[in-house]
Structures are given as structure tokens and as C-alpha cells.
Design a protein around this ligand. Sequence first.
Ligand code: AOS
Ligand code: ZN
Ligand code: ZN
Length: 389
Amino acid sequence: MTDLREQALAALATQTIELPSWAFGNAGTRFKVFSSPGVPRTPFEKISDAAQVHRFTGIAPRVSLHVPWDLVDDFGKLAQHAADEGVSIGAINSNLFQDDDYKLGSLTNADPAVRAKAVAHHVQCIDVMRATGSTDLKIWLPDGTNYPGQDDITDRQERLAESLQQVYAELDPGHRLILEYKFYEPYFYTMDIPDWGTSLLHCLALGEQAKVVLDTGHHAPNTNIEFIVAQLLRVGRLGAFDFNSRFYGDDDLIVGAADPFQLFRIMNEIVRADALRPDSGVNFMLDQCHNIEPKIPGQIRSVMNVQEATAKALLVDREALRTAQRSGDVLGANAALMDAYNTDVRPLLAQLRESQGLPADPYAAYAASGHAERIAADRVGGQQAGWGA
Ligand code: AOS
Ligand code: ZN
Ligand code: ZN
């Protein structure tokens, strides 16, 4: 057990989680966007807020950007600002869902001029990658149809394959295209990338630099997400997570809030495949909105939840588990997992943080720091995260 704890501490020390810039802006639903005191007024301030999360937790050194929500004149300056704050720029998210031209589709549109516009937007995003040092181009394709017969399902797939090929051809050697899927919304009859299989097929056709993004909120109820994780890891195509929690739809709530056991089961597959290693190619990102709770503490809580699930997964006695599995000991194998899940890992994580010169409880330390009060006083007129903008 001591060995396991030591190994867990070593692995936890290398873990990183990427934060979304949009988590720090005002957010809401289609019904109402609530304003919070002290929210960032510029992309620079979003990065400063993300850096606070890193300062208190030590495991959130990257920030995903969104184009155009985070559009600035000089992306080099933004990347320098991130470096000055002790973080770096992570994935660049494109936007294909806020333009009238894309009503009937973007990369899948029947009109070649609209498809060309959507491809050109990604070329712009790749330029942002070059200016910021980002290596991941993240595409969430919001295309789909609402009515049977509205468009030809197969033609749309062909057009998508061709458009993706054009985007892929623009990547530099160190770049990746990471492709998200979502089973419904904003369209309700078909989505053009509704599931991991469709995303994977497109990635396989594109090449080695294309990987799947698994957003934990993008599945039908009761989908076994850890199975998908295991399958994508097997074929080396799990590029990233968008972590969040869902109770009903694409709720974008704090990861680990709805179902901490599911998060543990996911992280268990990650540890099983040794994919926690920083060079494993899996980017652990958050994709969340904090509609009613304060943003920076919400992100701190989120990364702590991921860290706790990871610590539990690392405490699984793999030898005992294997032995039980191979000898057909159903309950013994299950117990090996549950023993780890039922361990209170908070003291272990406090020990890890203290050994790194970090506060044992980042959430409490941030609350005591006075930062929230300072930004509330200093910043007036904060920005909406982007939804509905
Ligand atoms: C949308 O539902 C997806 O989860 C996107 O990953 C994400 O919210 C978006 O990329 C932000 O632009
Ligand atoms: Zn997402
Ligand atoms: Zn989503």
C-alpha cells in the first residue's frame, strides 16, 4: 500500500488539466445570462483568472482559447501575457455556430462558398496556434438537420470529409486536429458528428494528427463512457477530454459533481492504459460554464474533483485486480476497484500539495486570499462567456 501511495504521488505530480477561457466569463442558459462581480473584461483578464487557478492548485498550466470570443489584435502579446502569468495557451476552439451563413451547416453545407468560409475560419485558427504556440485545433461541429429528408445524410458526410481534409492539410507537423462529437443540439434530428465512431472514422481518414475529443456531457443517458475511453485508448485516438457533468443534457456543470463514480471509472481506464503520462497524447481539458456559482472557485473545485478521481484510480491495486479478474473472482475484482474508490484521498492530495509548496486546500486558500474581492472592486462591466453573444 505504501508503494502504491508513493507511485500515486509521483503520478499525480505530473498531472495537468487545461482550463477553458469561457469558464471565467458571465454565463447562463438560453433563458438568462447572469452577471457576476469581477468577471474578466478582456481575454487578457480571462487568462489572469485561469492563472489564479494554477497558482492555487499547481495543476492547471494551460488555457484553451476560443475564436472569436478571445479575438485580440496581437495573439503573440496574449501568449506573452500567459507566460508572464505562469501559464500557456492550450487548444484553440473554432466557432461554427454563431453565423447566419451556417444555418444549414458549415463544413457540411451544400453551398461550396459556405464550406470554403468555414475552412478559412480554421486557417485563421491555425494562424492563432502559430502565434500562441498552441498545438491543438479543437473542432466541435455544430452541423446537423432538424427534419427527416432535410438533406442527404451521406452527402453531408462526404462534404464533411472533404472540408476536414482541407483543414488538416493546413496543419504544421507538431499540430493536432482534435474532433469532438455530440449526439444532439443545436440540431435535433441528425448531427453530422453525433458519436465517437463517426469522429473516429473521420480521424482515421485524415491521418495520425487527428484525434477524438470526448466531452463527458455529449452522450445519451446511461452511455458507458469508460468503455469509449478504453476503446479510443486502444487505438491511440483519444486526443482529449472536455470534462464536465450532466444531469440531463449538455449541462456543462462542474466535473465530478453529478457522478463522481463515473469520473473515477473514466480515470481508472486512463490509469490502466498509462495515459496519465504527460506525453500520452491525452489532453485533459475542462469545458464548463459557471452560471450561478463564482467562476474561479468553480474551476478550482473542478480541478480538485479531477485530481481526487485520479488519485483514487491510482490507488487501485492493479495486481490484486488482475489476479481476481483472471481467476474469475467477480466480487474480488469489483472489491479491488471499490476499495480504491472508497478511499478518502484528500489527505494524500494535501500531502502532495504541501510537498510542492502549494496550499493543502486550494479552495479555502483562494477564498482567504482576497483576490475575489479585489477583482470585484477593480473590474466593472465584465464579459459574457460568448454564448448568445
Ligand atoms: C459544445 O457543446 C461543445 O461542448 C464545445 O466543446 C464547447 O463548448 C465549445 O468548443 C466552446 O466553443
Ligand atoms: Zn465540449
Ligand atoms: Zn458541449
